[in-house]
Write a protein that binds this ligand. Structure first.
Ligand code: HEC
Ligand code: HEC
Ligand code: CA
Ligand code: CA
Ligand code: CA
Length: 461
């Protein structure tokens, strides 16, 4: 009796152990099988600098091929990117304001993804539309002349301030909705923002001030875009549309503070910044009110040193681009074909090879960013009517589309297009006009099945 009991108990324990063991083995095998089949569907977006992660942390990955010193720069840069500045003097993080838009890089570039059209994230760049062009004698003054600052506001509205100071204005965003229909009769709705800007003195912003609203773009994969040889970008420009396809595309030319010369613009919604170092210094100064060696105060003083500035740029430079997925999915394959048939690829150019870069891991990689880095006239409805260096009030730089399929996974409700007006890919496409009018019409006249396939392709990026 006693013996039987203990045998029974033993076999029970044995059975339990076996079940646990089988479950574990099964889980491991299923895991391996799943990851293999998922990986088989993935494909590199940036050669060895691709990150194979399609979860909500997809935009925070480094290129797997970074060597130790590159990883070290990235990790130090990560801390700098997250650093929230304060107004109290005497600390590492002093110097915020007096007026600003936000207190850290990461508060606008949340998980390195695109932002939302909301105060604290959306910026308003401003220009005095009535200022008469100044007589200029230098190349710098000449190129800056295109966007004369507004008295009391400069070239950007800072709608926050440190305690004891007054924000430059209060910005209210009002949405206007319009209805439309696809060729097959399916209805859609589009919304666009209007800005009600109340200045510190209680008055409304005069109508003569041109405003350019901009949400934070994603910041991953940018080192690779910085590494595209300039000649390869210029080779795609067709300013006079000589090939007659209705698409021109031209480079922006901007002021480079480091070299003190006019150079190709690459970053920002109008390609208004030449490189990631200057873009970072610009963000410190204009978005956070922090002077740096590149943009010091009038008396030459600075609130951060060169090392910190270089590390902030290093962070953006060393973020990987996420792998594409669902390569074997027939609907995605059909969508990719439609993307080419609708001439989306005329601007969203699929492939480049990178050249020289400070970070060797980014060099000589085949990349698929889906941008030509050029400016295009996108029509009246997207126009901000404000020039930015050589970009006109109708022109925008083609944004990269790699990783765009993960936008809502990383930050639900983040918007598309320069002011975040588009809530979905369909809306983003339906706003295309100007040089992209024919692409838009192609989409509007597709069957519902084809529209879904095209959107599914974008989701696979
Ligand atoms: C108030 C929000 C805000 C803050 C704070 C901010 N940014 Fe940005 N960032 C933006 C917006 C908006 C743009 C687009 C600007 C434009 O089009 O001119 C941008 C653009 C960029 C770009 C170029 C992206 C591209 O695809 O062209 C980089 C890189 C960048 N920011 C890095 C930084 C760094 C580094 C910091 C901190 C020092 C920072 N940002 C702080 C809102 C912000
Ligand atoms: C003439 C050049 C051109 C063509 C053709 C074109 N695009 Fe674009 N695309 C742009 C530009 C420029 C923007 C940014 C416009 C803005 O922000 O106001 C953009 C924005 C987008 C966005 C939003 C990206 C973001 O980061 O917010 C998506 C998605 C997109 N395009 C998809 C497409 C698809 C799909 C097609 C084909 C049906 C297409 N585009 C055709 C130039 C083009
Ligand atoms: Ca300051
Ligand atoms: Ca200002
Ligand atoms: Ca052309």
């Amino acid at each position: 009796m006693q013996l039987n009991l203990s045998l029974g108990a033993l076999s029970k324990r044995l059975r339990f152990t076996l079940v646990v063991l089988f479950t574990a083995v099964f889980t491991i095998l299923a895991g391996i099988f799943l990851s293999v089949s998922v990986n088989a569907q993935m494909s590199p977006a940036a050669g060895d600098a691709t990150a194979f992660n399609r979860t909500s942390s997809a935009y925070e990955e480094t290129p797997p091929n970074l060597v130790d010193w590159e990883t070290e720069d990235h990790d130090l840069g990560d801390e700098v990117f997250e650093e929230a500045f304060v107004s109290t003097p005497g600390t590492e993080r002093s110097g915020l304001g007096p007026t600003f838009n936000n207190a850290s890089c990461v508060s606008c570039h949340i998980r390195n993804g695109r932002g939302m059209p909301e105060p604290g994230q959306l910026l308003l760049r401003v220009t005095d539309g009535e200022a008469t062009a100044q007589q200029t004698t230098t190349a710098k003054a000449d190129i800056l002349n295109n966007a004369p600052p507004v008295e009391g506001l400069g070239n950007q509205i800072q709608d926050f301030s440190i305690v004891g100071e007054t924000p430059e204005a209060k910005v209210n965003i009002l949405w206007q909705e319009n209805a439309g229909t696809y060729a097959d009769g399916t209805p859609y709705r589009l919304r666009s923002p209007q800005f009600d800007v109340i200045l510190a003195n209680g008055e409304s912003l005069p109508d003569t001030v041109q405003i350019s609203p901009r949400i934070p773009p994603h910041v991953y994969g940018l080192g690779l875009l910085e590494a595209i040889p300039e000649a390869d970008i210029l080779a795609l420009a067709d300013p006079d549309d000589r090939d007659g396809d209705g698409i021109s595309g031209r480079p922006n030319r901007v002021w480079d503070e480091q070299t003190q010369s006019v150079t190709l613009g690459r970053f920002g919604w109008k390609a208004n910044s030449p490189n990631l170092l200057q873009q970072s210094a610009d963000a410190y100064l204009n978005d956070m009110g922090i002077t740096s060696p590149l943009f010091p105060a009038e008396d030459g003083s600075t609130e951060i040193d060169q090392e910190k500035l270089v590390l902030a740029a290093a962070y953006a430079q060393t973020l990987a681009a996420p792998a594409r997925t669902l390569m074997d999915n027939p609907q995605v394959q059909q969508g990719e074909k439609l993307f080419a048939d609708a001439s989306c690829t005329a601007c969203h150019v699929a492939t480049f090879r990178t050249g020289e870069h400070k970070y060797p891991a980014l060099q000589n990689q085949e990349i698929h960013p889906y941008t030509d880095m050029l400016l295009h006239d996108m029509g009246d409805e997207l126009a901000d009517n404000r020039a930015d260096f050589e970009a006109s009030g109708q022109e925008w730089r083609t944004p990269s589309l790699w990783g765009v399929g993960l936008a809502q996974t990383v930050l639900p409700y983040s918007g598309y297009l320069h002011d975040g007006r588009a809530r979905t890919f369909e809306e983003a496409i339906l706003w295309h006009g100007g040089e992209a009018e024919m692409s838009k019409v192609a989409f509007e006249t597709m069957s519902a099945e084809d529209r879904n396939a095209l959107v599914r392709f974008l989701q696979s990026l």
